[in-house]
Design a protein around this ligand. Structure first.
Ligand SMILES: *[C@@H]1O[C@H](CO)[C@@H](O)[C@H](O)[C@H]1NC(C)=O
Ligand SMILES: *[C@@H]1O[C@H](CO)[C@@H](O)[C@H](O)[C@H]1NC(C)=O
Length: 395
């Protein structure tokens, strides 16, 4: 009896097992089907979003990531994302068709006023022999005065009255526009280049892996604002200075400006990548650029104590010429020895002191903006602060 019921139980178990199997199978099929539906829907949605982005080119709200998808309206092969500043002939004759645009690898950009014509001519002559592309920013609106120079029609002239170097650089040297150039020189007009050769300079910059540099200043220069820029006669280049006098002590332990990792705004040279970064640092409204030099080291594409340097063997003289009235290019300086003592006519003094006042104000704004940005960007880590914090840990 017990055996029978057991076997009956067994049979019923088998029966329910079979049913369960069927249910499982059914569930399995259902799940697969559902998954398939989910997959198709997601896929469709993805496709749809993609289409939507493509179909809404004027939706500019989403910012820079969409810049790429906006270009996707065009067939890929036609897209030229970059540009250069090379002049092109209106037509090619068979003999002229071999114009070597590719020989222009570097760019010199200088804000100029007609009063500095002679000096600028000397600078440009040097750079033309190195096949540089030349760009002049005329802050005094006088272009005609330059026409008699034989290289004038080879240069690019841009006029915007009373605008500063950094204003020009922000507007006309966008990284995409100048991306064909390996190095970009953004110089002031009052630099003496008798002991400077751009080709030899760049050779050193490349060999030493410098991303941002400046030529050293002849110690006889009229204006020297920071010791790190002074030429060391025995050296080819230097990355830091040693100084244990004065308020700022500089030693091997120094991590940043003004001891190391720093160049001044008057004659900076940027690699392509460094410029890509530095352009983004320039504020549209802070035209005098004060304070920016202190942060340029963040654009060094690595450790600023290694990738920023001052080149001694090719050096310049800072003539410190006062460009009366015009918003001159020499505004990126910090505090020390601002201007040589010099007698000036009274209207000019007003302009210069106004510019000074504005520059000081901009310096404050820039500092505050940097601090706010650093505070609010939770993902950003200050590479140089981290180094400082590590020092106590090593004790
Ligand atoms: C400048 O370009 C010309 C023509 O392409 C070339 O012959 C010359 O060697 C170049 N000079 C320098 C310094 O690169
Ligand atoms: C530029 O500055 C000069 C000198 O301060 C002034 O006379 C001139 O009117 C200014 N030009 C413009 C367009 O602001």
């Amino acid at each position: 009896m017990t055996a029978l019921s057991k076997s009956r139980n067994l049979i019923t178990d088998k029966g329910s097992n079979g049913r369960k199997m069927k249910q499982l199978l059914f569930m399995g099929i259902l799940c697969t089907f559902m998954l398939f539906i989910v997959y198709r829907t997601t896929n469709y949605q993805h496709h749809h979003t993609k289409m939507e982005t493509r179909l809404n080119p004027f939706n500019t709200e989403k910012g820079s990531t969409d810049a790429i998808s906006r270009v996707n309206y065009l067939p890929h092969g036609i897209v030229q994302a970059r540009s250069d500043l090379e002049l092109r002939p209106l037509w090619f004759t068979s003999s002229a068709s071999k114009i070597e645009v590719s020989s222009h690898r570097n760019l010199l950009a200088i804000p100029v006023g007609i009063k500095q014509k002679e000096n600028v001519n000397a600078i440009v002559q040097k750079f033309l022999s190195g096949n540089f592309t030349i760009m002049l920013f005329h802050y005094d609106s006088n272009v005609d005065g330059w026409q008699d120079l034989e290289w004038s029609n080879k240069a690019i002239h841009i006029i915007a009255e009373n605008q500063t170097k950094w204003w020009f650089a922000k507007r006309f040297l966008h990284p995409d526009v100048v991306s064909t150039y390996d190095y970009i020189f953004i110089w002031d007009e009052d630099l003496g280049v008798a002991n400077f050769h751009p080709g030899r300079y760049l050779k050193i910059m490349k060999a030493e892996g410098l991303e941002i540099s400046q030529p050293a200043l002849d110690p006889d220069s009229l204006e020297i604002h920071h010791k790190i820029t002074i030429r060391k006669r025995s050296k080819k280049f230097h990355r830091r200075i040693y100084d244990n006098r004065g308020s700022v002590r500089c030693s091997d332990a120094s991590q940043g400006p003004p001891c190391t990792g720093w160049v001044e705004g008057m004659a900076p040279v940027f690699s392509r990548s460094a410029w890509h970064c530095a352009w983004h640092l320039i504020q549209n409204d802070l035209v005098h650029g004060w304070g920016m030099d202190m942060k340029l080291g963040y654009c060094a594409q690595g450790d600023r104590t290694k990738k920023v340097g001052v080149i001694d063997s090719e050096y310049i003289v800072h003539q410190g010429v006062q460009t009366l009235g015009g918003a001159s290019s020499r505004k990126v300086k910090n505090n020390v020895l601002e201007e040589p003592v010099q007698k000036r006519r009274s209207p000019a003094v007003d302009v210069r002191s106004e510019i000074r006042r504005q520059s000081t104000l901009e310096l404050q704004v820039f500092k505050q903006r940097w601090e706010k940005a650093a505070r609010e960007d939770k993902e950003w880590v200050d590479p140089y602060m981290r180094n400082q914090k590590l020092i106590p840990l090593r004790r």
